[in-house]
Write a protein that binds this ligand. Sequence first.
Ligand code: 5AD
Ligand code: FES
Length: 349
Amino acid sequence: MKKIVDKLEKDRILSDEEFKTLLTTDDEEVISYLQERARAVREKVYGKDVFVRGLIEFTNYCKNGCLYCGINCRNTKIERYRLTKEQIVECSDLGYSLGFRTFVLQGGEDPYYTDEIIVDIVKTLKSLHPDCAVTLSIGEKSRESYEAYYNAGADRYLLRHETITDEHYRKLHPSEMSLGNRVRCLNDLKDIGYQVGCGFMVGSPYQTLDNIVSDLKFIREFEPDMCGIGPFIPHEDTVFKDEPSGTVDMTTRLLAIIRLLLPDVLLPSTTALGTIDPLGREKGLKAGANVVMPNLSPTDVRDKYKLYDNKICTGDEAAECIKCLTGRVRRSGYEIAVSRGDHIKVNNL
Ligand code: 5AD
Ligand code: FES
C-alpha cells in the first residue's frame, strides 16, 4: 500500500478510491510512511523553516450564523468586542518586536468596519512595517471591496471554503449563505493577485469521506497559496454542541496528503489541533505543516474570541506564546524563521 503514497508524491493526484484507502487504512506503517514523505517534500521546499503569523482577532461581532461557530450572530451569551485602530497597531508593534513579519487580521463579518476603515488600517500597518505582510481574514465581500484592500497594500487573504459539497455546505450554514458565493470570493481574490488561503474543518458535522475526497480534489485544482486544515471542535452555545470533535489522526493524514498534493503550499499547524491534543501542533509539523499562528490579540479580549470550546493560549501574553511555540517547533526538529514567509512556487521538484 506504500505504493499509493509513492504515486501521490509522483503524480500529485490519486483516484477517489486511493484517497479513501489512505484516509481509512489502519496500517501504521503506511500512515507513518505518508508522514515521512510529506516531511521530506516540505524540507525540500522550505528546509527546516517554520513561519509565524501573528494573529490579531480584532472583532468577534459577526453578521453570519454559521452553525458551527461560537461567535455566530445567534449566540447571545458572549460578550462582543471590537479593537480600535490604535489597539491593532499596538498589537502589530509588539509582534514586530517579537520577530513577526506577517500580521493576520481576523474577525467575524462585522459591518462596523467599513471598507474605508479596513483600508485605513491596512495602509497604516503597511506604512509602519513596510517589511511585513498583511493578511486579511474577514470573510465574504464584494470584488470591489477586495480590490480596495489589495490596493491599500493587503498581501494575502484567508477564506476557508469549509466544504466544496453544496449539500454539506447547506448543513453547516444558514440559507442566506451559499457555496457559490464562497467560491466566487476565492476566485476574485486569486484573480486580483492576493496570495489566497482556502481550507476546511476535519470532522465537521455530516462530513463524509466523499466530501473530504472532493475537498482534496478542489484544493489540488484551485492551488491555493495557503491551506487551513484543523479539526472541528464543538462550541457549547451552538446547535452542534453535542457533536464529536475531529481527530488528530484524520487531521494529520490530511495535512500530509495536502503537502504531497501541493508540495509548496503554506500549511499551518492550527490552534484547533493544539486544542484537541496537547502535542497536536507538534504532530501537525511532523506531518508536513510549516506555519504556526500564535495569538497577538490583547489578553483581555482573547477568551471572547472563541470559535470553539477549550481554545488554548487564551490566558498567555504574546511573548509567552511565542516562547512556548519556539520550544515546540524546536522539539519537532524545526526552526522559527524571522521573515515574511511568502509562498515559494516550485514547478519541478
Ligand atoms: N471548530 C473548529 N474550527 C472552527 N472554525 C469556526 N468554528 C469552528 C469550530 N467550532 C474555523 C472555520 C473558520 C475559521 C476561522 O475557523 O473553518 O473558517
Ligand atoms: Fe461564520 Fe464565524 S459565524 S465564521
